[in-house]
Design a protein around this ligand. Structure first.
Ligand SMILES: [Zn+2]
Ligand SMILES: [Zn+2]
Length: 854
């Protein structure tokens, strides 16, 4: 008597290993296959030359090598791995690579804490995580592995930097920058989250003035917005976030002369059609004209200083937009006037706390009749309100101000009265331009990408400072500029590289005189902006990658990662792709055709974190339940785009399911069937065989459809479970010989193929048990046979006068006559129509019968 692994006692089974089902021991099965796979680097190797099979590039975002995979990684990579395996089985030539986003601050912090050099710490973390990934059975082509902190990779960051410098896409300027005191470095705007550092959620970002290197990403702003329309395979959420971040506004510049002085105020407006209704100008408190007035008027100076302080607080509060909206709108009249260049009218100039220097021109014209905020401001300060837009048709009825619509007609607007808003916007802009006081323009919220970091563990910027020649680029033949290995990491301010004389002191490439190297390093988002191109040609020592390789593999067919990268990485890499295109290295403008953003893995409703003590380690799960159960649970517990609340019971449940599959597949009757070489005779199936094959082929159809479309892997796995339930329910009949060996083998072979994307270790083992030819992951994905999957009977709802009365079962191939007869013969239906006459019978084939009775 032995206990099987679901706890049930099998009393009468003879104690003979050939006739007993085997016990599922994932530790043994997974170790065996991992060893075989590790010894076979060709197994998942991509072929960059074949034209025999279509290519498919599936990519998961590369991790930062912290030293430990977390469950978010496991989920992300399980999704990608299931897809990669499915596409291989569909006959595609798949590229499925992995690498390491290996520069960054944690390595320096670890160096401080443990006195381990950043390079050593990082490389040992990579080794640990690579081990975990192999243990999970992820199907990566390790020959394409990319490690961004190695000179073989970062030298190309430097090479790109130089090419961008030559094309004026890199420049240096002094600017206000975001500074995190804990990181002791500058952050990009994209790295400021709610006013705090993206790595230090409780550390408010300060503003400092520093000389910085910038990438001119704004040169591509228009294209980056327009390109979003051509990305239907990206989540709408991500596209909207990018659109808002880039913030494109069409409008016009208009110059207003200051009365009694030589100064002028240029405003940006998106509604030049309302300019005859402008009744004041408002300047940002830091505007040059404000400063001019302030120098002549102490009251203005004082008011402006107070507003600058308010704006600074709003900026530092985090969500600047929200903080500015919450701000009580406040303004001060400067006592000065400007001339409206269209009407010649004199209007007062104010300074206002809600006008920002770095958006548009830092000055706006206020049109209270046609703008919510201007209306509020005019009411508060008793500024005139002049309506200059009327509804296009009278039927719109009387209007209330402010009237925001752009579908109206101009009134009270001199020679432009009577024009539609749309045509007025063009005509007024053109008029301003031909008269030299304005022009149509497009502005963006997006700012250039500040890439200087005052850190050690990043790519050195390939520039030198010469007293004679200024900034001189390092020539290509002197690349890479190597990061020095031996360096003392301290918490002193400033760039650590600045304290390494052997690094800093160099000779000027231009004059040969003494010079200093640039000691800033590049933002690590540079590394991740193009790493996926390097995967296509990771061993290339003479170029970042060969253009033919990239042309073969790009664009990425499916990119998978967290939605937290919607702004940072996913905008930067779209920018970088365009830069490389303009350098002639690639022909695609977008890196990825499809993007999928998976949900988070949480525990008890909260994000897993060490401080909450709710972190689940993948290693623990693997030790208890195996890698197959862990990854299959990650796909089963929730639709992949939703958050997943990790429940260990659920992993145990998946493990029991896999154990059940294994037991069924290693039962004596299944083992016997494994040796048959006959295919099922589809013309001579018993009803039970038909039933089992029907469920099998319905399951195949469902999973195939899901992989190609909605990716509800949770319901795919549920469908496999249902199928296994039916097989299990037929256990006795199988044992008694009422199911042919050919059908049994067909069932288990196909079940193995269906499991392959989700539980690869078990699938490999079962494939071997059933004598499958070659590698299971290169076996064609099963096709659903519609003749087998079709139901014998279908259920048709019957309505009387549109109300549901009953559901009748009819043979699937029924004619309309048969369906009508079945409906009319139903007892419930008969009682409902008794004594009435049937005027009409409406049949929607396969769907519905409606009886119209009187
Ligand atoms: Zn920080
Ligand atoms: Zn020089």
């Amino acid at each position: 008597m032995i206990a099987s692994d679901d706890g049930a006692i099998r009393a009468n089974a003879p104690e003979n290993s050939d006739t007993l089902p085997q016990r599922y021991t994932p530790a043994d099965i997974e170790a065996k296959w991992q060893q075989r796979w590790d010894a076979d680097p060709a197994l998942y190797a991509a072929d960059a030359t074949t034209t025999a099979r279509p290519k498919y590039y599936v990519l998961e975002m590369l991790p930062y090598p912290s030293g430990q995979l977390h469950m978010g990684h496991v989920r992300n990579y399980s999704i990608g791995d299931a897809l990669a395996r499915y596409m291989w089985m569909r006959g595609f030539n798949v590229l499925h690579p992995m690498g390491w986003d290996a520069f960054g601050l944690p390595a320096e912090n670890a160096a401080l804490k443990n006195n381990t050099p950043p390079r050593e710490w990082t490389l040992s973390n990579i080794a640990a995580m690579r081990r975990q990934m192999r243990r999970m059975g992820f199907s990566y082509d390790w020959s394409t592995e990319v490690t961004t902190c190695l000179p073989e990779y970062y030298r190309w960051n430097q090479w790109f930097f130089l090419r961008m410098f030559e094309r004026d896409l890199v420049y240096r300027k002094k600017s206000k920058v975001n500074w995190c005191s804990l990181c002791a470095t500058v952050l990009a705007n994209e790295q400021v989250v709610d006013g705090c550092c993206w790595r230090h959620e409780d550390t408010p970002v300060e503003l400092r003035d520093l000389e910085q290197w910038f990438f001119r990403i704004t040169k591509y702003a228009d294209e980056l917005v327009a390109g979003l329309d051509a990305l239907p395979g990206w989540p709408e959420k991500v596209r909207t976030m990018q659109r808002n971040w880039i913030g494109r506004s069409e409008g016009a510049y208009v110059d207003f002369e200051v009365v009694g002085g030589s100064a002028k105020v240029t405003v940006f407006t998106t509604r030049i059609d309302t300019i005859f209704g402008a009744t004041s100008l408002q300047l940002a408190p830091e505007h040059a004209v404000t400063k001019l007035f302030a120098s002549e008027d102490a009251a203005v100076a004082q008011a402006a200083a107070a507003m600058v302080e308010q704006q600074k607080q709003a900026r530092e509060s985090g969500d600047m937009g929200a903080a500015m909206n919450d701000l009580e709108k406040h303004g001060v009249f400067t006592g000065r006037y400007a001339t409206n260049p269209f009407s010649g009218e004199k209007i007062p100039i104010w300074i206002a706390n809600y006008v920002l220097l770095d958006y548009g021109t830092g000055a706006i014209m206020s049109v209270p009749a046609h703008d919510e905020r201007d209306y509020e401001f005019a009411k508060k300060y008793d500024i005139p309100i002049v309506q200059v837009i009327e509804p296009a048709t009278q039927s719109d009825g009387p209007i209330t101000l402010p009237y925001i619509s752009e579908d109206g007609i101009l009134s009270n607007s001199g020679p432009f009265t009577g024009l539609t808003c749309e045509s007025a916007q063009k005509k007024l802009s053109a008029h301003a331009e031909s008269n030299g006081f304005g022009k149509a323009t497009i502005i963006f919220r997006l700012k250039d990408w500040g890439v200087s970091r005052q850190r050690y563990w990043g790519t050195p910027i390939p520039m030198v400072h010469c007293e004679k020649d200024g900034i001189v680029p390092v020539p290509d033949d002197q690349l890479p500029v190597l990061l020095p290995d031996q360096i003392e990491i301290t918490q002193q301010g400033g760039s650590p590289l600045g304290r390494v004389p052997t690094f800093v002191n160099t000779t000027c490439p231009k004059c040969g005189g003494p010079a200093r190297r640039e000691t800033d390093t590049m933002d690590t988002f540079v590394d991740s902006s193009w790493y996926f191109y390097r995967y296509t040609d990771a061993q290339n020592s003479t170029a970042a990658f060969g253009p033919a390789r990239a042309a073969y593999w790009f664009p990425i067919d499916q990119y998978i990662g967290g939605v937290e990268h919607a702004i940072l990485h996913l905008i930067y890499s779209r920018f970088w792709t365009r830069v490389m295109r303009d350098l002639g290295l690639i022909t695609n403008s977008e890196p990825a055709t499809r993007l999928f953003t998976q949900g988070m893995v949480i525990k008890d409703g909260a994000k897993m974190s060490k401080s909450k003590g709710n972190v689940i380690s993948p290693d623990d799960m693997i030790a208890r339940y195996g890698a197959d159960a862990t990854r299959m649970y990650a796909l089963f517990a929730a639709p992949p785009d939703r958050d997943l609340d990790w429940q260990e019971d659920g992993v145990a449940g998946i493990s029991r399911f896999l154990s059940r599959v294994y037991r069924l597949a290693t039962s004596p009757v299944a083992k016997q069937a494994a040796s048959t070489t006959i295919a099922p005779d589809l013309n001579n199936l018993t009803p039970l065989e038909q039933k089992l094959l029907r469920k099998l082929h319905q399951t195949i159809a469902k999973i195939s459809l899901d992989f190609d479309g909605r990716w509800h892997f949770n319901t795919c796995i549920a469908a496999i479970m249902e199928f296994v339930n039916e097989v299990s329910a037929a256990d006795a009949e199988m044992n008694s010989g009422s199911v042919s060996a050919a059908v049994i083998k067909d069932i288990f072979t196909n079940l193995t193929l269906l499991l392959a994307p989700f539980a690869p270790f078990l699938a490999a083992e079962l494939w071997e048990i059933f004598g499958g030819a070659g590698v299971v992951f290169r076996t064609p994905w099963p096709q659903s046979n519609p003749n087998l999957s079709r139901e014998d009977t279908i259920e048709v709802p019957v309505q009387v006068n549109g109300k549901l009365v009953n559901v009748v079962a009819v043979p699937a191939a029924s004619t309309e006559d048969t369906i009508r007869e079945a409906a009319l013969a139903d007892a419930k239906v008969q009682s409902r129509i008794e004594g009435k006459s049937v005027a009409k019978v409406i049949i929607v084939p396969g769907k519905l019968v409606n009886l119209v009775v009187k």
